[in-house]
Design a protein around this ligand. Structure first.
Ligand SMILES: C[S@@+](CC[C@H](N)C(=O)[O-])C[C@H]1O[C@@H](n2cnc3c(N)ncnc32)[C@H](O)[C@@H]1O
Length: 215
């Protein structure tokens, strides 16, 4: 409880770890499954899941894929180790804002409830995008402040309270994505709670000259 008052959102996940599945597994099961389906993963493909948490995505990953799941919290990762899955999974402690992988390592990325949790969501997205291969896909499942909605003082105060529980409800997706020249937004759909939570599918374009490879 001390963490709540000291406002250390990263450490708060030590507290969430034992109860996270009981609170969130059912609530997010349907959009979680839909997010993974949007990636259209093929056998042999490599998927990166930054901030994999307790591994609630793992049961939905198709057979034959390789998954690298990273998280800052060892306590959350410990819960992920027991999850049933058909994929070959490696779980690593890592900071999503600074990934220990070379450029263009992964075929697909899954950002589920992470870009609004890390201190710098734009840095986490940039890092994921860097390690994604040209032609690769990324899916984001998260809650964002609607682009047209201004941050009122009331919403700002509420946001500060919610941040103490480990997530920021007041981020705009556009600020997180920035404007990389190879970014293609394939779809952006409401996922839960009247569109507060969204499912966004992105594709990384091939460099100019190789556009014919884009499908
Ligand atoms: C809301 S949980 C989401 C977990 C999982 N992606 C899911 O969909 O259930 C956020 C996760 O992000 C992790 N996290 C927070 N900061 C991080 C960072 N800088 N790098 C990697 N993971 C981080 C937390 O430990 C926690 O497991």
């Amino acid at each position: 409880l001390l963490n709540l008052f000291l406002n250390k959102p990263l450490q708060i996940y030590r507290w969430w770890a034992p109860v996270y599945d009981a609170v969130f597994a059912r609530l997010f099961a349907q959009p979680r499954r839909a997010a993974i389906e949007r990636l259209d993963l093929l056998p042999g493909e490599r998927l990166l899941v930054p901030g994999i948490g307790t591994g609630l995505d793992l049961p939905y990953i198709p057979t034959g894929c390789t998954v690298v799941g990273g998280d800052f919290s060892g306590a959350m990762l410990a819960q992920a180790r027991d999850k049933p899955t058909h994929a070959a999974v490696s779980l690593l402690e890592m900071d999503a804002q600074c990934l220990p992988f070379r450029d263009a390592t992964f075929d697909a990325l899954l950002f589920a409830l992470i870009l609004t949790v890390v201190p710098d969501g734009a840095a986490a997205f940039r890092e994921g995008w860097r390690v994604l291969k040209p032609g690769g896909r990324a899916v984001i499942f998260d809650k964002f402040l609607p682009e047209t909605q201004r941050l009122t003082p009331g919403r700002q105060k509420l946001g500060q309270l919610i941040q103490r529980l480990g997530t920021d409800p007041n981020r705009h997706l556009s600020e997180i994505l920035g404007a990389p020249p190879d970014l293609n937004v394939v779809s952006d759909e409401p996922a839960l709670f009247g569109g507060q939570y969204r499912l966004v599918l992105l594709r990384k374009r091939h460099p100019a000259g190789n556009e014919q490879l884009d499908t």
